[in-house]
Design a protein around this ligand. Structure first.
Ligand code: G6P
Length: 369
């Protein structure tokens, strides 16, 4: 099948826009009665999380940031300790692996050389090799004991977008399963989370509606030399992903930081030319992140706040810009906030005139070491 841009200027724009639909596909696949009454997880046999006391996650690039978000979920929802490493480090680190653990590999292509080598290293050392992949016929899918498709559809743009949010969705559902198996979540709590999930495609559509506002501030972002992304909790790995997206396609130097680490280094970079993008839904960590944001403002940093209406009302004053997202259940915030992060990268790259779908020096799938 030939994949077309279907009226979009770039594959990346098309793939960003497809997210509500492909995420709904993934939900229909993994959730019985998704959107209906009494939704229930429908995961394949062989995922009994009482069998393990540790989960090791390995991936590269954007997929590795999906793992970082998932660590917060597995630990908080299921009390399951997680290790994470990028595949290129993991494979040579000689990490001791326990027979009471699973190793989980996340890869859009399923062909990334380092991730595949890491999988082969883990084989026979862990109880099970699980893969979360987009390409079900890929090497990683075939060599895993259990492969879970993310159902994002073919992704052409080099910078991963819809694969990331579908990876997050599948990992969140796994974390719910883990919480249920390990007695940390009641059946009613799992159901409540699944009911929240059913709202996600609609919330994502709403977030896509920010494109116009984002486009109009992208000219100014395009002038920046450096951009910082800040987040706390599961929004921290999202800050890493936002920075990766921006640098990949606009070639602007961008870094993601845990908000609380700001004072341990990056605050030295702040002046009135450095945009600081703060990812902060109005959750229990909001006040902490806002106080970090105020440290930036006190040094004349240009803050772009991404929050919900309550967060923007509370802390938007004095920011350079604020974007209002819909209110979202905590678990789903990283999935929703990925969209404005992608749109910021996309529109900034357009403003700079770079090749969005084929950024220089990058490959969609890195099949060499
Ligand atoms: C390349 C791509 C990224 C991707 C990474 C991992 O760097 O440009 O978008 O996140 O590889 O790829 P994978 O196929 O293993 O997810």
């Amino acid at each position: 099948t030939r994949i077309e841009k279907a009226g979009y200027k770039h594959f990346m724009a098309k793939e960003i826009a497809e997210q509500p639909a492909v995420l709904a596909d993934a939900l229909r696949h993994y959730v019985e009665n998704s959107g209906g009454v009494n939704p229930a997880l429908r995961l394949p046999e062989g995922l009994d999380f009482t069998q393990i006391d540790r989960l090791t996650m390995v991936a590269c690039g954007t997929a590795s940031y999906a793992c970082h978000v998932a660590k917060y979920w597995f630990e908080s929802l299921a009390g399951l300790p997680c290790d994470i490493d990028v595949a290129s480090e993991f494979r040579y680190r000689e990490p001791p692996l326990s027979a009471r653990s699973w190793a989980l590999f996340v890869s859009q292509s399923g062909e990334t050389a380092d991730t595949l080598a890491a999988l082969r290293y883990a084989k026979d050392k862990v109880a099970k090799i699980v893969a979360v992949v987009n390409v079900s016929t890929s090497s990683i899918a075939r060599e895993a004991d259990l492969a879970l498709p993310i159902l994002a559809g073919i992704e052409v743009g080099v910078a991963s977008t819809k694969a990331f949010t579908c990876q997050l969705a599948v990992l969140a559902l796994l974390a719910l399963k883990a919480g249920q198996d390990r007695g940390r979540l009641t059946a009613a709590q799992v159901q409540a989370h699944l009911a929240d999930f059913a709202l996600l495609p609609g919330l994502m559509n709403h977030a896509l509606g920010l494109a116009g506002e984002i486009e109009s501030l992208s000219d100014q972002l395009a002038e920046a030399q450096d951009v910082l992304f800040l987040g706390r909790g599961p929004m921290y790995p999202l800050a890493l992903e936002g920075a990766l997206k921006l640098k990949e396609i606009s070639y602007i130097h961008a870094e993601g930081y845990a908000s609380g680490e700001l004072k341990h280094g990056p605050i030295a970079l702040i002046d009135n030319r450095v945009p600081v993008i703060v990812l902060a839904p109005r959750d229990h960590l909001f006040e902490k992140t806002v106080s970090n944001m105020q440290e930036v403002m006190a040094r004349h940093g240009k803050v772009l706040l991404l929050s919900d209406a309550a967060g923007v009302a509370e802390a938007g004053a004095g920011c350079w810009q604020a974007l209002t997202l819909p209110q979202v259940p905590d678990l789903l915030a990283p999935i929703l906030y990925a969209i404005p992060a992608q749109l910021l990268a996309y529109h900034t790259a357009i403003a700079k005139g770079t090749d969005v779908d084929q950024p220089r020096n990058l490959a969609k799938s890195v099949t060499v070491e």
